[in-house]
Design a protein. Structure first.
Length: 321
């Protein structure tokens, strides 16, 4: 086939690919995610034919450039990671939280309801603490938050804030994932983990308050509690959404409903992970620092609670509308 005929037959395809690539350079998004790869593969074949038939260098160079640009947009990152993250936390995440307000409210009720219930119960009857933790666990807890302790919080295995930063991330994300994934079992797993964690945290707080260790305990948890506890509630909301999809798939099959719910819920989980990383950062480098006066920790902790609530309630509203 003559080169002129070859160009006449395929010119429209090359121009279409050039147009799409120019659009990609401006917007960063593929015009048609189905047709674009197909057209790219066709141009790859045209390049191979042009080389095999020894068409002019001008044509082969043009096709080669088209193939290189198409490959870049198909197989490389198109948008910088940082702008995507900033956009997600600036708009998408708080909007998703508000969209799932019903599940968030139910999750908060289960978690904080059990937390405050056991707190009040142990204040009335301190012996109830033994029904939540063993004697050995209670003794270890008292040792960690003794006002004379050199370090506050979990018993450290290494004198390194960076080590504890990694430990806190692993520990907290494990709890969040369990709470989220438990929703697959008709929501029962999520309900269990929300109530269980609420009971444990509430029991610990109540017992330490009762024995007079409130200052070291509350000064330690004040800084990271807003991020950590809110993240647990949001992970619970995502899990409850999964459970509701399994229980009430509407006109979809249970698998389809679960897939749809998981696709939506994963946006909450992305935000939960971000909050838990920040919580671990605060817990490792701020909360455990005994050189900081308790009143400053309480002040920062209160400010963070106000900031987290305001962020989830208000940020990104204009994008939503």
């Amino acid at each position: 086939m003559k080169q002129s005929t070859f160009e006449q037959i395929h010119q429209a395809q090359w121009q279409q690919l050039e147009h799409w690539l120019d659009t990609l350079d401006q917007s960063g998004r593929t015009v048609d995610t189905v047709k674009f790869p197909k057209l790219y593969r066709q141009v790859c074949q045209h390049l191979a034919l042009a080389r095999d038939r020894h068409y002019t260098p001008y044509l082969t160079e043009r096709l080669n450039w088209l193939v290189l640009r198409g490959h870049q947009h198909l197989y490389q990152t198109k948008t910088p990671l940082l702008p995507n993250l900033l956009s997600f936390f600036r708009f998408d995440f708080p909007n998703w939280v508000r969209t799932e307000a019903a599940f968030v409210s139910l999750s908060a009720l289960l978690f904080f309801g059990s937390l405050f219930a056991i707190f009040i119960a142990i204040q009335i009857e301190p012996k109830l603490m033994s029904s939540v933790m063993t004697t050995e666990e209670i003794q270890e807890l008292e040792f960690m938050y003794n006002p004379t302790a050199e370090h506050l919080g979990r018993n450290r295995q290494a004198d390194s804030d960076f080590y504890m930063f990694g430990f806190y991330i692993q520990h907290n994300i494990t709890i969040a994932f369990q709470t989220f994934a438990g929703g697959i079992i008709f929501g029962l797993g999520t309900i269990f983990f929300l109530i269980f964690n609420g009971l444990v945290i509430g029991a610990v707080a109540s017992h330490l308050t009762h024995i007079g260790y409130s200052v070291p305990f509350y000064s330690f948890v004040a800084g990271h509690s807003a991020l950590e506890l809110t993240a647990i509630v949001l992970a619970g909301a995502a899990g409850l959404k999964l459970g509701f999809a399994v229980l009430s798939p509407q006109r979809l099959t249970r698998i389809q409903a679960l897939h749809q719910a998981a696709t939506n819920s994963i946006h909450l989980i992305y935000g939960v992970i971000g909050m838990l990383v920040l919580a671990a950062l605060v817990e490792a480098f701020w909360s455990s620092n005994t050189a900081i006066e308790p009143q400053y920790k309480h002040l920062v902790g209160s400010a963070l609670w106000l900031l987290v609530i305001s962020y989830l309630a208000k940020v990104g509203e204009h994008r939503a509308t």
